[in-house]
Design a protein around this ligand. Structure first.
Ligand code: SF4
Length: 117
């Protein structure tokens, strides 16, 4: 598969060609992300779940631990440029509003099971 080949050969891009590396990383990020309709569906479902549960918010400490896990995602599903999880397309970026932050919404989970509980 093209994506696997690109990923495998990423390390062979010469250090003096950072623009090529950036371009390949962008392609990799975009080819693995859910489509816009998928993201909208995931987000709408997350908001419904969260509201139905009474809008529970994770503790600040637990949010920090989850965010740290995302930044070093063991499944390589974190997009550092956009600060989103590539599995669901949801933002894991800290926000003033919990409704805009998958990590803050206590009803949301890491679909790969990596977040601490
Ligand atoms: S939510 Fe899970 S799979 Fe997604 S980036 Fe965070 S740790 Fe990785």
């Amino acid at each position: 598969m093209l994506r696997d080949e690109l990923k495998k050969n990423l390390s062979t891009i010469p250090a003096d060609q950072p623009e090529i590396r950036d371009h390949v990383e962008t392609i990799l990020a975009e080819t693995t992300s859910p489509t816009l309709p998928d993201k909208a569906r995931h987000y709408a479902a997350a908001v419904v779940r969260w509201c139905a549960a009474g809008c529970p918010v994770r503790s600040v400490e637990l949010q920090a631990a989850c965010r740290l896990t995302c930044q070093g995602c063991p499944s390589d599903q974190f997009d550092p440029r956009k600060e989103v999880c590539k599995v669901c397309g949801c933002s894991v970026k800290k926000s003033r509003f919990a409704i805009r932050d998958k990590v803050a919404m206590a009803t949301e989970v890491c679909h790969k099971g990596h977040w601490p509980k």
